[in-house]
Each structure stands twice: as C-alpha cells, then as structure tokens.
Write a protein that binds this ligand. Structure first.
Ligand code: 5GP
Ligand code: MN
Length: 336
C-alpha cells in the first residue's frame, strides 16, 4: 500500500515538540518503531520525548543503550511534564485498552494525535490514522515514513526498524514475511543494522528465570480437541518460583503452535493487577482478531490477545469454549 505521508509532513512542518508512545507490554515492533520515529523527528530538528506506559523489558535495552530514550509514564513522567507537547504520535496500536494507564492522558491530549499502525481492530481514537493492515510490522510503515520525508536510515534507526520487523514476523518465519520484507531488511543491513548482533541481543541473553519459566510452561502444556488446540498457563506463583519477571513470558505462546497438528495455541498469563492475559495464535486461518474481539481484545488474524477479568481456571474454560466453538461449530452445537 502506498501511504500518503503528507499529513505527517505537514505536522512536522508546523510543530516542534512531539510525544511518541506505544502500547502496554511493548514488544520489538513497538519499541523499534519508536526508535525509528524518534530518529526521523530528531533529524528534522524536532524535540522528541518517547514516553511509554510500561517499563522497557530488559530484552530490549540494546535499543536504548544509554537509557535516555524510553521514559516511563506514571513514575518518571507525569502529565504535567508533558504540557508542552504539541503532537502525539501513537505507534503500533489502535485500541484504547492498549494504552493502559496512559489512555486518559491521550484522551485529553489537546493537540493532534496521529496513529501509525497495522492492527485490524480499531477504536475511534480521535486521531489521524495512518494504517496499513497488510503491513508486516509498524516498523515497515515507519521505514516508509523515513523515506517519504527524506530522512536518513542512520545505524540507530536501522537497528530499531530491523528489530521491529524481525519481531513481528517471528524472525522472518510467519506468513506475513514476504519478498518485500526481506528487501527492506537488506536495506536496513546496508544502512548499518547488524543483524547478527541484533539476534544475539534478542535471543541469546535469556536470564535463568526466563529459561526456567520456559521449562515449566512446556511441562504444563495441555491439548484439547484431539490435539488441534494446545495451551499453557503462567501464574504469579510460576513467576516467583522460577525467578522470572512478567516480560519473560514474551514469545512463549509460540511453543503451543510448535506442537505437531496444533491449529490454535493459547497462553494464559495471570496479571499482577488481577485478571488473565490470553495470547491467541492460529495456524489454520482462524481469525484470532475476531475471536479476541469477542473477549474484549484484538490484534491480527494469526495473532491476537485479550485481558480478561477473573481467575485463571474460569478464563481457561471460557476461552477454550470459544475456541472449540470457532473451530468446530457443528460438533459443539450437537453436544449442546
Ligand atoms: P500478544 O498475544 O503477543 O500479546 O499479542 C498479539 C497481537 O495482538 C499483538 O499485535 C497485540 O498488539 C495484539 N493484542 C494483544 N492483546 C490485545 C488486547 O487486549 N487488545 C487489543 N486490541 N490487541 C491486543
Ligand atoms: Mn506490531
């Protein structure tokens, strides 16, 4: 999709102080896209603050080596500190719930809001939407902005964007990986992104806690519907016992769909503030975004999520029923 970047160019032309933010529990696409967007804006002489509602997982600290880029909303930064911001750029989300505790602030943001995103689900964020649901990552969209606005792919920007694209394509394995994805990556490598170093930073700096949590999660893998469905749970006690932190569960849902014959995989994670986060993945074309929407969440066709109130067991039950229904409506109806 050819994106018209003129509205963003106009804002850059006329405003100076930008706020960049992204979703709760930020992933590589969220944070890498922020690095790219911050680089673009700074090259244009803009004053940029990147303020996120969640802390940066240690896994991504290489994107902000001196710790000066990502600021935390609610502890380090409060709304009053952002009173001078003229434009809010919201990356990699289109739902209020994905802003968590920053939603209220963004709702009352007085200046223009711009959403740059690739998710299917969409709330009316009162924003200018620059959206391509066919894009493999928000990072691809930011890369197109860098080119359209005549900015340079510095090494720093290229590193952020390669991380973004790599993580949202499952390191170039998922079906959203296309020839154009790899062409973009080639360009980022030419611009100075060190793909081997990025891989090591992302995948070869596990903590013992994360590896132990992985082991426990695998040990507890369950199947349903004769092996068409696989799921696992992570409780607060699991985190404590293994010495893992909440962010350590990133990607672990991938194990569920790595089992032979599995069409739908789920990972349920008990949340510190109560409730359960579920991650959904499909390998048979089942629309996870639609399924997640019925649970109050959203996402993409093959990968989506939702946060559910209540206890683990009841939520596993509830989501399993919804998945069975989606996979095999006839049989489920016959069984009542
Ligand atoms: P994950 O399961 O890895 O957290 O998320 C998979 C995809 O679904 C990501 O693109 C993520 O942004 C989206 N997603 C996860 N949870 C939610 C949610 O509660 N609401 C919405 N709208 N999207 C979600
Ligand atoms: Mn994304």
């Amino acid at each position: 999709m050819i994106i018209d970047w003129t509205p963003l160019a106009d804002l850059i032309e006329t405003r100076d102080r930008f706020l960049v933010t992204t979703h709760v529990r930020p992933d590589g696409d969220a944070l890498g896209s922020e690095v790219g967007m911050a680089g673009l804006l700074r090259q244009k002489g803009k004053d940029v603050r990147v303020v996120n509602v969640s802390h940066t997982p240690p896994r991504y600290d290489f994107l902000d080596p001196d710790g000066s880029l990502f600021e935390h909303f609610g502890t380090a930064v409060h709304p009053a500190d952002l009173a001078d911001r003229e434009v809010a750029l919201i990356l990699d989300l289109s739902a209020w719930s994905q802003l968590g505790d920053m939603a209220e602030y963004v709702r009352s943001f007085p200046g223009p809001r711009v959403v740059i995103d690739h998710h299917l689900s969409q709330d009316d964020l009162g924003a200018l939407f620059i959206k391509d649901t066919a894009a493999e990552a928000t990072g691809i969209l930011v890369m197109s902005a860098v080119a359209a606005l005549g900015a340079a792919l510095t090494r720093e920007v290229a590193t952020g964007l390669l991380t973004a694209i790599a993580m949202d394509t499952g390191w170039f394995r998922h079906t959203n990986t296309r020839p154009g994805t790899l062409r973009a990556v080639a360009e980022l490598i030419e611009a100075g992104a060190d793909i081997a170093a990025i891989y090591r930073d992302l995948f070869e700096r596990n903590t013992l806690g994360r590896l132990r949590l992985m082991g426990e999660t695998l040990s507890g893998l369950q199947t349903d519907m004769g092996g068409r469905v696989a799921y696992a749970t992570i409780s607060r006690a699991d985190l404590e016992r293994t010495g893992a932190i909440p962010q350590d569960s990133e990607d672990m849902v991938d194990f569920t769909v790595s089992l032979r014959g599995v069409e739908v995989g789920m990972l349920f994670i008990e949340q510190a503030r109560g409730g359960v986060k579920v991650s959904l993945r499909s390998r048979n074309g089942l629309d996870c975004a639609q399924l997640a929407a019925t649970l109050g969440g959203g996402g993409h066709r093959a990968a989506a999520g939702a946060t559910l109130p209540g206890e683990m067991a009841e939520n596993v039950d509830r989501v399993l029923r919804a998945v069975r229904q989606a996979l095999d409506p006839a049989t489920v109806a016959a069984q009542g």
